[in-house]
Write a protein that binds this ligand. Structure first.
Ligand code: B12
Length: 582
């Protein structure tokens, strides 16, 4: 096994856990969980206490994310949504506040990061106001725990009466450009979870789709990954956690099976936070989006009827893919979800729950294998598997692709993505496999056409499905492939070109930086006098000064001599031309 670790600090130098727990003890003694309007209205001390009562009464919670960038607008809109829903016979139980990324780093580092446009809380009073707008319970996740400012965020959140805070998964994937505090981030995150563990009824939240989860191809491995996060947060740090998922779960029955699987691993019976809406089916046709909203919320409600786990059903406005929603659009979504919650009662008794159970058992059995293999692998690499900080860091340095490739379950197959056929592919992998098969159908004769030719593949950001498709096509065509993974920098590519003498660079990009990235890479190749060509695919767009949405930059990228036909069926010929000349 040739595991490569992208080390960002020496995890063997982390403080002893006794020292960390000792410090947390002191902080906990000075921390008090605040009281929100929601707690007052329901006569509870934590959201978990409310959820347990609601579950016993068969009441399903409802969730919305709120993403306005000024406090005044946020407070005004939350109050309006609450009152308007009440007037129309509906309700909102909880709200997730979307913060600016600078909230993820300590105050003194904030000026080093490009100014964001999200909500920023500056004083303990502003934090406390979160739960004092109306009786809607606040939930914190983006840029909270898992970020470098984890401990401070957790403390302020608890003091404000927020008792569900995340996000375990963000430790692995959210980055803060210009602020390299990886060791501090790890220590702060450990302390924040340990602090949560000191208060009964607090819930550590992890949205799997926001972390490594979105990069696994197999739901069985995702299950094993959830076991790993739970081992870290519950067994080693003493907190109570639950999982959230949903953005990438399109199949309604798949959502139910996965929720039942996560619940089977919930040894402490901690109530769930919420299930996110399926946004992969959301596009620009709002009428179709109502279908997506109805199908996922109906499934989530049926699941809560059958086995209440406390997870709130989320409403995602149908305009999600095009703009920040208006309060009216949020309200409309909730009214639609209400109808689904009502009708879920009719469906629940007729679902084949035995089949759901057997699918759940497959995920658990295979997930356990992935978990055990990861633990053994970490031990082989010299990681202390009783120190949560060492494990957090080592897993991050290894990355999801290597974890799945080396430790994942599934039958081996050289031509499969990650060289294994998933036991239960994720919905995105099902979609991608169909796209890939279409390409193969249209290019029946590619086998051997790139024999002896070397190509580099990678993606500029987290989106790596395009890269995976391109990689398997290149492999089928016989190329030698150097896969640099995600978040690949132009410098890494140039180093690899020098090292491997590859002449074709296949990069997938989706994060609105296509032109700047291509310019930097092309300039670097010229500077080093390297005879290699860039082929760029994905979303060739970029934010331009004065526009809020990224605009297409294909022509400008093409003018740099880059191929951006963005065509998975045709790039093999382009690579041949690079090597053999047209
Ligand atoms: C899946 C997805 C995610 C997943 C990614 C998981 C993963 N492991 O890849 C997750 C949930 C993590 C994600 C996160 C984000 N995402 Co996203 N995501 C998508 C989604 C739904 C699908 C993209 C995809 O992978 N498609 C599958 C590919 C295989 O299909 P394709 O794009 O058609 O590719 C074909 C061709 O383009 C070509 N091709 C692709 N690459 C290459 C390369 C070469 C060399 C060649 C020749 C051809 C080629 O071949 C393919 C096959 O035909 C899109 C929306 C959409 N419906 O497209 C948004 C989208 C790409 N995401 C977007 C955004 C903004 C984000 C976030 C920043 C959102 C947020 N605020 O949280 C975060 C990123 C956070 C971070 N940490 O960086 C935006 C991008 C906006 C833009 N640039 O204009 C989109 C368009 C959504 C939207 N409408 O706003 N996302």
């Amino acid at each position: 096994m040739n595991i490569e670790m992208k080390k960002r600090f020496d995890y063997k130098n982390l403080p002893d856990m006794r020292e960390i727990f000792g410090e947390v003890e002191k902080i906990a003694a000075e921390t008090t969980i605040g009281t929100t309007l929601f707690f007052q209205e329901h006569g509870v001390k934590t959201e978990a206490e409310y959820k347990r009562k609601a579950m016993a009464e068969g009441k399903i919670s409802k969730h919305s994310h709120m993403g306005w960038n000024s406090w005044n607008e946020t407070a005004k809109n939350v109050a309006y949504i609450y009152h308007e829903l009440k007037k129309r016979g509906s309700y909102l139980t909880r709200a997730g506040f979307i913060f600016d990324w600078v909230m993820g780093v300590p105050e003194e580092y904030r000026s080093r990061m490009p100014a964001g446009t999200g909500l920023i809380l500056k004083t303990p009073e502003e934090w406390k106001a979160l739960g004092q707008i109306v009786p809607v319970q606040p939930h914190l996740s983006d840029h909270m725990i898992g970020a470098p400012n984890a401990l401070e965020n957790a403390r302020l959140g608890l003091e404000a009466g927020v008792t569900s805070i995340g996000n375990v998964s963000h430790y692995f994937t959210y980055e803060y450009p210009g602020v390299e505090l990886e060791r501090e981030r790890t220590v702060s995150t450990l302390k924040a979870f340990a602090l949560m563990g000191k208060f009964d009824g607090t819930i550590v939240h992890s949205n799997l789709d926001d972390g490594f989860g979105n990069q696994f191809h197999d739901l069985a491995n995702l299950t094993g990954w959830a076991m790993m996060e739970r081992y870290l947060v519950e067994d080693l740090l003493g907190a109570s956690m639950t999982f959230c998922y949903g953005n990438l779960f399109s199949d309604p029955m798949g959502r139910i099976i996965f929720n039942m699987t996560m619940e089977a691993l919930n040894k402490k019976g901690t109530p769930g936070t919420m299930i996110f809406g399926n946004t992969i089916d959301y596009g620009l046709d709002f009428h179709r989006n109502y279908g997506a909203l109805s199908s996922f919320s109906l499934a989530d409600a049926i699941c809560q009827r059958h086995k209440p786990t406390g997870h709130a059903v989320a409403s995602v406005p149908v305009t999600e893919a095009s703009r920040i929603p208006t309060p009216e659009e949020i309200i409309e979504g909730h009214l639609c979800v209400d109808m689904m919650i009502e009708k879920s009662l009719c469906f629940e008794p007729f679902i084949n729950w035995e089949k759901v159970e057997s699918e759940k058992n497959i995920l658990i059995a295979c997930g356990r294998i992935f978990f055990e293999r990861m633990m053994n692998g970490l031990e082989d690499l010299g990681v202390d598997i009783t120190h949560p900080g060492e494990i957090f860091a080592a897993l991050k340095f290894i990355g999801p692709e290597q974890l799945e490739t080396y430790f994942g379950v599934g039958q081996r197959d050289k031509m499969a993505m990650r060289a294994k056929v998933p036991v239960r592919p994720t919905d995105m992998i099902k979609i991608i496999s169909q796209k890939r098969e279409k390409v193969f159908e249209k290019t029946p004769d590619i086998s051997g056409s790139l024999d002896g030719m070397k190509v580099i593949v990678g993606s500029t950001d987290i989106h790596d499905y395009g890269k995976e498709i391109v990689k398997t096509i290149a492999l089928k065509a016989g190329a030698t492939v150097f896969d640099l993974g995600t978040y690949v920098t132009p410098e890494e590519i140039i180093e690899t070109v020098i090292e491997t003498e590859s002449r074709a660079i296949l990069i997938s990009t989706y994060n609105g930086i296509a032109l700047s990235y291509a310019k930097e890479l092309v300039a670097g190749l010229e500077k080093e006098k390297l005879d290699a060509k860039l082929i760029l695919g994905g979303l060739i767009n970029e934010n331009q000064a004065g526009s809020s949405l990224a605009v297409d930059v294909t022509d400008a990228v093409r003018a740099l001599g880059v191929n951006c036909d963005n065509n998975a069926e045709a790039f093999v010929d382009v690579v041949r031309d690079i090597y053999l000349g047209s």
